[in-house]
Write a protein that binds this ligand. Sequence first.
Ligand code: SAM
Length: 276
Amino acid sequence: MTDEHERMMRANQANWDARTPVHLASRFYGLGERLDPARWFAAFEWEDLGDLAGLDVLHLQCHLGTETIAFAERGARTVGLDISEASVAAAAAIAARAGADVTYVRANVYDAVEALGGRLFDVIYTGKGALCYLPDLDRWAAVIAQLLCPGGRLYIAEFHPLLNALGPKPAEGEGTELLLRHDYLGGRDAVHRNATYTYTDGPAVEGATDSYEWMHGMDEVVNALTTAGLGIRRLRESDELPWPRWPQMVRTPSGWWRLPEGEPRIPLLYGLLASR
Ligand SMILES: C[S@@+](CC[C@H](N)C(=O)[O-])C[C@H]1O[C@@H](n2cnc3c(N)ncnc32)[C@H](O)[C@@H]1O
């Protein structure tokens, strides 16, 4: 990890602290309504994850814990970890209000082994906007391998690199044609953003508005995991998202969103199951 990467991750930490109150106030996360953690999961994720009752589950980069609570609801001993102090504090309050038994830990993923005191997990879950904040997937995969018990499983449900390559999101009244605008493959320098808006609705982000993201192709993810000694068990590519990324998207019977009939079917999210 270079000093530059450390600096960028510190900027991301401050940015996620600053985004947290915006996300708490947003309709996107729906925290003012009845909590429905299951709505953030595709049915295939639960099929791949299987029965979690009695298992030790770690959710890396858990943010507000809106997904993390779903593991506790399924009877797992659940830990959420995130770099943002504001996020884990908010997540702990949200879980307490929901009566969910979740332990939250503030740490950088790269320091997770020490932060979790060497504890091992049956299942590690991560994704939906997580890997793009990690500069080095080889080091990340090595951390995952150290956190999993023998036979333990990693599940990544992550936005597909193709989704990240398409854009930008058209403004109101603009055409809806999707264009390749950004890298699909990783390997370049970080993408720097300085934005007072985030992906949710709600007020402007105040204070730390700089953030950094790294694109990672599917090959990078797979090769990092296999190099760390994990076996790939299953890969899903899905044309549905939990929220409408583009205005032309239509609701599916599952409650998620996809491009309308007549548009090419392309992967927007992938689910990858690996085991140690
Ligand atoms: C988009 S959220 C993903 C969580 C969840 N899927 C969601 O949508 O709420 C990204 C999270 O990654 C966290 N994060 C970014 N870099 C991190 C790092 N190096 N270590 C741990 N957490 C990190 C951020 O603080 C943020 O809470």
